[in-house]
Design a protein around this ligand. Structure first.
Ligand code: ADP
Length: 482
C-alpha cells in the first residue's frame, strides 16, 4: 500500500473536502481552517488564522450555547457530535451547520486543541422545511376534506385494498351508530337489505377491474327499524402505491322512491275516481234516453248535476296540482266581505253532503278581508269537505271566524268531531298524493291539503292543525283584514 502514498495529496483533500475543517486552541483561537469552510464563510485565510476566535463565527445564542455546553463537553468528554449552530460569515454569508468536534489531549487529559468537522445543512433544512410544509398542507387538506364531508348530508366512506372501511363521515357514523375502531365493514354489510347484498358484491368485484363508477339504488336499515332507499356511488381508484381503493357515497332517495310509489298508487286511484262519475253519468243518460216518468226527471237531473260537479272538482284538483308544480299559482287579490264568503262556502259544501250540518260561529260581521276570494273559497270548501268526509256518523261541522285582538287579522277554522289524525302523520298529510292508510276506504286523491297549503303559502300564511285521534280535528289559518 505504501507504494501508492505518493499518489494521494492529503493536503488537497483536506483543503477541498465537501465538509469544513477547523482546528482551534482550547481558548477558541483558530489555528487551522480548510478552503471549503473559508469559501462558505467568505473569509481570507490571513484574516482568520490566529486572529479570529471560533465563538465569533457563531450567532449570539450559539455563542452562549458554545460557552455553556460545547466547551465544557469537549473538555470533559473529548468529543461532541452533530450540534446544530448558525455560522456567521462575512456579509450575509450565514448558514446552518452541524458541528462535530474531537479534543486533542495530552497524557494528563489536558486539552491541547480541538478539531472540528462542519457540515453545511442549508439544503437539508430546506428539504425538511419543504417536507414539513407538504405534511402540513396534506394535513390541512385532510382536515378540510373531513370537515366538508362531515357537513354533507350524504354518507361518505373509503375502503382500503383489503376491503376494510378506513374512513366514514359524521352523517354515516350517526346513521349506522358507528365509532372509530368498530368492525365497520361487517356492520355495514349487515345493514344492507338482504336482496341488495348480492347486487352490491357483484358490482364491487367488477369495479376494481374496470375502474368504472358503480351507481345503484340500495336499501340500508334493519328488519326491526325498516329500510330506507339510498343511491350509492362507488368508484375504484389506483392509489400512488398501485393499490386499489374505493370511494363511496350514498344519498337518501327514500322520499323520491316513496313519491314514485305514491304516484303509482295515485294514478290507480285517480283513474278509478274519474271513471266512476263518468259511468254513473252514462247510466243516467241511458235511462233518460229510454224515457223517464216526468215526476222523476228533476231528481235525475239533480243527480246528474251533482255527478258533473264532483267530476269538475276532481279535474279542478288535477289542474291545481299542475299549476302549483309549474310554480304558476297566481293570486287575484281583492277586498271582500268575509261573512258573504263564509255563507257561500257553507252553501256549496252543503250541496255535496246531506249527512252533516255546517254551523257558523263568527264575530266578524261587516268585516272585509284582503285575499284571493276564489282561492280562499276553495281552501274553506276543501277543509269543510274533509271535515265531513272524515267524521262519518257525526252530524255537525263547525266553521269559525274570529277577529284577533290586534283587529288586523281574522282566524278561520274548520272543526270536526271525526276520526282525528295520529301525531306521527301530521307532517305528511300536506304532501302530494299522501293518504293515511287507516282512512283509505274514504274517497280521495290525497291532493286536497297539498293544494290548500300551497294556496295559503302563496298568501304568506299556513294551515295549522289541532287534532286528537278518535276525537276530531281543527284546521285553521289567518288572513289579514282589509
Ligand atoms: P284526501 O282527503 O283526498 O285523501 P287530503 O290531502 O285532503 O286528501 O288529505 C290527506 C289525508 O289527511 C287524508 O287522506 C286523511 O287521512 C287526512 N285528513 C285530512 N283531513 C282530515 C280530517 N278533517 N280528519 C281526519 N283526517 C283528515
Amino acid at each position: 500500500m505504501n507504494n501508492f502514498e505518493h499518489l494521494i495529496d492529503t493536503e488537497q483533500i483536506y483543503q477541498h473536502a465537501p465538509s469544513g475543517y477547523l482546528s482551534m486552541l482550547p481558548d477558541g483561537t483558530i489555528i487551522k481552517i480548510n478552503q471549503t469552510l473559508l469559501d462558505w464563510l467568505g473569509y481570507q485565510r490571513e484574516n482568520v488564522i490566529g486572529k479570529l476566535n471560533f465563538s465569533s463565527l457563531l450567532s449570539k445564542g450559539g455563542a452562549i450555547h458554545y460557552e455553556m455546553f460545547f466547551r465544557p463537553m469537549v473538555s470533559v468528554n473529548g468529543n461532541i457530535k452533530e450540534l446544530n449552530y448558525e455560522l456567521i460569515g462575512a456579509g450575509d454569508k450565514n448558514f446552518p451547520a452541524l458541528i462535530s468536534a474531537n479534543g486533542v489531549m495530552d497524557e494528563n487529559r489536558k486539552l491541547l486543541a480541538v478539531n472540528m468537522v462542519i457540515t453545511d445543512i442549508t439544503q437539508r433544512n430546506l428539504y425538511e422545511k419543504e417536507l414539513l410544509s407538504a405534511k402540513n398542507k396534506l394535513q390541512s387538506e385532510k382536515t378540510r376534506f373531513e370537515l366538508l364531508a362531515d357537513l354533507s348530508e350524504e354518507l361518505i366512506w373509503t375502503v382500503d385494498y383489503h376491503g376494510e372501511v378506513n374512513y366514514f363521515n359524521g352523517r354515516m357514523s350517526r346513521y349506522f351508530n358507528l365509532s372509530r375502531g368498530d368492525a365497520v365493514t361487517s356492520i355495514l354489510f349487515q345493514h344492507i337489505h338482504p336482496e341488495d347484498r348480492r347486487k352490491l358484491m357483484q358490482a364491487w368485484h367488477g369495479t376494481d377491474k374496470t375502474l368504472d363508477p358503480y351507481i345503484n339504488r340500495l336499501r340500508f336499515g334493519s328488519e326491526q327499524k325498516g329500510y330506507e332507499w339510498f343511491e350509492v356511488h362507488l368508484i375504484a381508484v389506483n392509489d400512488l402505491a398501485g393499490d386499489i381503493r374505493w370511494f363511496g357515497t350514498a344519498n337518501s332517495i327514500n322520499h323520491l322512491m316513496m313519491t314514485i310509489e305514491r304516484k303509482d298508487e295515485f294514478i290507480h286511484i285517480a283513474s278509478h275516481e274519474l271513471n266512476t262519475p263518468v259511468t254513473v253519468l252514462k247510466g243516467f243518460l241511458q235511462l233518460m234516453k229510454y224515457g223517464l216518468p216526468a215526476e222523476n226527471m228533476n231528481n235525475f237531473i239533480s243527480k246528474c248535476l251533482a255527478t258533473v260537479n264532483y267530476f269538475q272538482f276532481l279535474i279542478g284538483s288535477l289542474l291545481n296540482v299542475s299549476v302549483i308544480n309549474s310554480g304558476e299559482l297566481a293570486l287575484n287579490i281583492s277586498s271582500f266581505s268575509l261573512e258573504e264568503l263564509l255563507l257561500s262556502c257553507i252553501e256549496q259544501a252543503s250541496a255535496l253532503s246531506n249527512s252533516h250540518t255546517i254551523l257558523l260561529q263568527s264575530n266578524v260581521n261587516e268585516i272585509f278581508v284582503t285575499a284571493d276570494k276564489e282561492r280562499i273559497t276553495q281552501v274553506i270548501i276543501n277543509l269543510l269537505n274533509n271535515a265531513i268526509k272524515y267524521s262519518p256518523g257525526k252530524k255537525e261541522v263547525l266553521l269559525m271566524a274570529t277577529l284577533l285582538p290586534d283587529q288586523h287579522q281574522v282566524a278561520i277554522a274548520v272543526k270536526d268531531y271525526g276520526v282525528g289524525i295520529a301525531t306521527d302523520q301530521l307532517d305528511k298529510i300536506f304532501e302530494k298524493y299522501y293518504r293515511i292508510r287507516e282512512t283509505q276506504s274514504i274517497k280521495g286523491l290525497g291532493l286536497g291539503l297539498y293544494i290548500t297549503q300551497n294556496i295559503l303559502m302563496a298568501h304568506g300564511t299556513r294551515l295549522n292543525v289541532e287534532t286528537k285521534l278518535g276525537e276530531g280535528s281543527t284546521f285553521s289559518f289567518i288572513i289579514p283584514v282589509a
